[in-house]
Design a protein around this ligand. Sequence first.
Ligand code: PRP
Length: 180
Amino acid sequence: MKTPAMPMLDRILFTEEEIRKRVKEVAAEISERYQDGNLKMVGVLKGSVFFMTALARELTIPVKVDFLAISSFSNHSGSPGVVRIAKDLDESIEGEDILLVEDIVDTGFTARYLMQTLAGRGPNSIAVCTMLDRSSRRIVPLRIDFRCFEIPDRFVIGCGLDYKQLYRNLNFIGVLKPDK
Ligand code: PRP
């Protein structure tokens, strides 16, 4: 999707070209790290699909892919952090090198929950790769193994990230105006 008329778009944070270049660099790091491995990319629906596809295409090693979906809730005091798997992986991950692929890590609750859950299934290794890291919102400590970009604390859309389920298919990352 090319740049549409979007009155609520404040600015473009990363262009298609910048994203493509950075994805290629991160894919090279991943290909190097897992060249003797047994890599399976695990995508978290729905946001990660676009990034995961772009990343996988740049890898120079064989890779398997699988997906899961999560639901997150606030607890009784309104705090975030209650996460459960709404759609599980199709296959076992035992003995595999798992790369959890996210479009964005914010509080870290989702990625930490998934890392802990998947670690209990006997993978050979487990790591996290995110397109965007909004670390200023982090609540739980989390080691990010591969990241494309650190971003400011703003609402972003594009490349999988939505506003009311729209704009995931933008090929750039945009910032919405503050009142959105
Ligand atoms: C986003 C993103 C991560 C999660 C990160 O998913 O894809 O899964 O939020 O947030 P956290 O670090 O605060 O846990 P979202 O719930 O927006 O679903 P979507 O991918 O379907 O848009």
